[in-house]
Ligand binder design. Structure first.
Ligand code: AHG
Ligand code: MN
Ligand code: MN
Length: 335
């Protein structure tokens, strides 16, 4: 069968590195290792229905959530591979309370924060899940990194992206020069460029939020979400409701087709006054991606996600993210 001479993700990374004569190739190497981890997880996810990786591992993570075996597999796959890649000085994972050291003698100049498997509630029901990652340049001089290397603003990210394990496995990432999407050809084991220079429509057609929480939202947030359901021909409203329950899948659909995703704070759970999503490895990387694609990301009081100075590893932020004109309008309700 004739295969299109597709641009592989490695070819794309090397080509973009060539545009930066000062580049050492470390970021390219880091992304390449992440890609290998992603392919490994993809193979396991596609097997999940068969092998006994389904179901609970009997452990709970620092979020107090049941850790599913695939979460553990994904976490260990990334941790083990990236600890010895030689490009990182420290890591943080949603599944680990503390920072994760890299192998002695393999310290590098970047940091990695990741959500190894986003959308865990969807693992056993065969719905899209994904991996989200965020890369910063270290601040400390050398050797093993520390918390200070990880707690940096989203605007300081060097790279951000996700791997979406869905009807096909896709990798979408940015290094600050636009957003590129790649699709895995499992028979070859290569990611090919399928969505060059992704731009998100400036106004969406999808509303994506867990309306089961709506009576616990702040009044102005509820008013905003309700406004999207009013008839408005010029704005293409009412928007269609689409909620997958995997942030990475809801984000990806809106990135491509346009829309607004909201996980605002709610009064349902007093221990989580700022909603459910985490800044370091969910909101900040997706905020970099959406801005690179022409969209926006704010908290439910209108603060730009990328401007937030993190104070702790697993801090949560309310998130409203998507098409520019929709987030601009949301801001008029939120500020
Ligand atoms: P994770 O599986 O990494 O904990 O993330 C789950 C998150 C996110 O993927 C999704 O948007 C959100 O949980 C769904 O939460 P609700 O089930 O409360 O809507
Ligand atoms: Mn997640
Ligand atoms: Mn997760």
């Amino acid at each position: 069968m004739h295969r299109p001479l597709g641009i592989t993700v490695i070819r794309h990374i090397v080509d973009s590195q060539r545009l930066h004569p000062e580049a050492t190739g470390d970021l390219s190497g880091l992304l390449n290792e992440l890609i290998v981890a992603g392919k490994t997880i993809s193979a396991e996810v596609n097997m999940a229905g068969l092998a006994d990786v389904l179901g609970m591992s009997g452990k709970t993570n620092i979020q107090g959530e049941e850790v599913q075996k695939l979460d553990e597999f994904a976490n260990n796959t990334i941790k083990k591979r990236m600890a010895r890649c030689g490009y990182l000085c420290i890591m943080a994972s949603e599944e680990e309370e503390d920072v994760i050291a890299v192998k002695e003698g393999y310290e590098g100049k970047y940091t990695l924060a990741f959500d190894p498997l986003d959308g865990s509630s969807n693992i056993d029901v065969n719905v899209n899940i994904g991996t989200i990652f965020s890369v910063h340049r270290r601040k400390s001089a050398s050797g093993q990194g520390g918390l200070g290397d990880l707690l940096q603003k989203g605007s300081e990210q060097v790279a951000a992206g996700y791997i979406l394990y869905g009807s096909s496995t896709m990798m979408v990432f940015t290094t600050g020069e636009g957003v590129q999407g790649f699709t895995l050809d499992p028979s070859v084991g290569e990611f090919y460029l399928s969505h060059p220079d992704i731009r998100t429509p400036e106004r969406g057609k999808y509303l994506s939020a867990n309306e089961g929480n709506s009576k616990f939202w702040m009044e102005n947030v509820r008013a905003y979400i309700d406004s999207l359901k009013e008839e408005d021909k010029e704005k293409g409203r009412p928007y269609s409701a689409r909620y997958i329950g995997s942030l990475v899948a809801d984000f990806h659909r809106n990135l491509i087709a346009g829309g607004i995703f909201a996980y605002p704070r709610d009064t349902k759970n007093p221990e989580k006054p700022y909603g459910k999503l985490r800044l370091l490895y969910e909101a900040a990387p997706l905020a970099m991606l959406i801005e690179q694609a022409g969209g926006r990301a704010v908290t439910d009081d209108g603060i730009n996600i990328l401007d937030i100075e993190p104070s702790e590893l697993h801090e949560r932020v309310p998130l409203i993210i998507g098409s520019k004109l929709d987030v601009d309008e949301a801001e008029t309700f939120l500020k």
